[in-house]
Write a protein that binds this ligand. Structure first.
Ligand SMILES: Cc1ncc(C[n+]2csc(CCOP(=O)(O)OP(=O)(O)O)c2C)c(N)n1
Ligand SMILES: [Mg+2]
Length: 301
């Protein structure tokens, strides 16, 4: 078995620019969807703002061959996998159950039944291996959904069957209005170890740290043919959904801190300070985002 350091992966400069570009695209599309919901064009929207570093870092790290089983807030992952903005919001406008082709993109439909995707993902991976096909699966889950029995079953089954599954938990501290500290006495990373799954718990503001951790975890899942779990601590900037007034249950300081630690602005400033991106680069990405937003608005408004 290889040592931990042999799995080390650091993003090169092109990857760093790619991380930032995907984060900016996700932020722009998410904001446009929020606006479309406000004006009544979408029925509901669950913003991923504040969670972009965790989503983009992990999605870029696992690579296109992975089959992804998302929850319902993984918009940055969806866009990175090739879902178009119009396909992404179609479900939230009540037009379809799933706006994209899950097989082609290896990105399964959003799952609103909490934690159901964990068993779907583990079962899919086991089935793929039996047919000698690519069995590497990534399952996304929120902190609150880990309270569901399905998550315990999925972790146990994955461990017992040595399934090639990487569980990625975005712990944003809330299950709607229920704080994570009232849902668990230990971290999810500790809980995973109790099932025999190797795990780590990391902060989710720095996309490079997320990328490195997830790339290493993915390489180990593939090489050792055993599940792993990465718990990423993130800060949700907006309410649970557009129907949720988080000011009613969340302190002003907590919301202000989530805004102050915004991973998108922090990473943009960092790469700019390092000279890896310049005004021309920002202008080009901004134009790309504007075009995506305008096209989305025209199709849905
Ligand atoms: C089985 C089930 N029970 C309850 C709900 C209602 N519900 C929707 S989202 C949610 C909170 C989930 O929190 P978390 O897993 O932390 O994800 P987040 O929304 O924070 O990304 C709840 C209780 C549901 N969708 N499915
Ligand atoms: Mg949560």
């Amino acid at each position: 078995m290889k040592s931990e350091s042999e799995y080390a992966t650091v993003p090169d400069d092109d990857t760093r620019r790619s991380l930032l570009r995907h984060m900016l695209v996700a932020r722009g599309v998410d904001e446009e969807a929020r606006q479309l919901q406000k004006q009544g064009s979408l029925d509901l929207w669950l913003s991923c703002q504040g969670q972009e570093a965790a989503q983009v870092g992990s999605a870029l790290a696992v690579g296109p061959a992975a089959t992804v089983f998302p929850s319902y807030r993984e918009h940055a992952v969806a866009l990175l996998r090739g879902v178009t903005p119009a396909e992404l919001v179609a479900q939230w406008a009540g037009r379809t159950f799933c706006g994209w082709d899950p097989r082609r993109l290896r990105f399964f439909p959003y799952t609103l039944v909490l934690a159901a995707q964990t068993l779907h993902g583990v079962g899919y991976s086991i089935g793929q291996r039996l047919q000698r096909r690519e069995d590497f699966v990534v399952v996304y889950i929120g902190d609150g959904a880990t309270s569901e029995g399905d998550m315990s079953e999925a972790m146990n089954l994955a461990a017992v069957e040595s399934a090639s599954v990487l569980f990625v938990c975005q712990n944003n501290g809330w299950a709607i209005s229920k704080p994570a500290r009232e849902q668990m006495r230990t971290s999810l990373a500790e809980r995973a170890r109790g099932f025999g799954i190797g795990s780590v718990r990391i902060p989710g503001q720095d996309p490079e740290a997320v990328f490195s951790t997830c790339a290493r975890a993915a390489a180990r899942v593939r090489a050792e043919r055993a599940p792993r779990l990465v718990e990423i601590r993130v800060a949700r900037i907006h309410g649970h959904s557009t129907s949720d007034a988080q000011e009613l249950y969340r302190s002003r300081d907590d919301i202000a801190e989530a805004r102050a630690t915004d991973p998108v602005t922090a990473y943009a400033a960092r790469l700019s300070g390092l000279g890896l991106v310049d005004t021309g680069w920002f202008d080009a990405v901004e134009a790309e985002v504007r075009e995506l937003r305008e096209r989305l608005m025209k199709e849905y408004a």
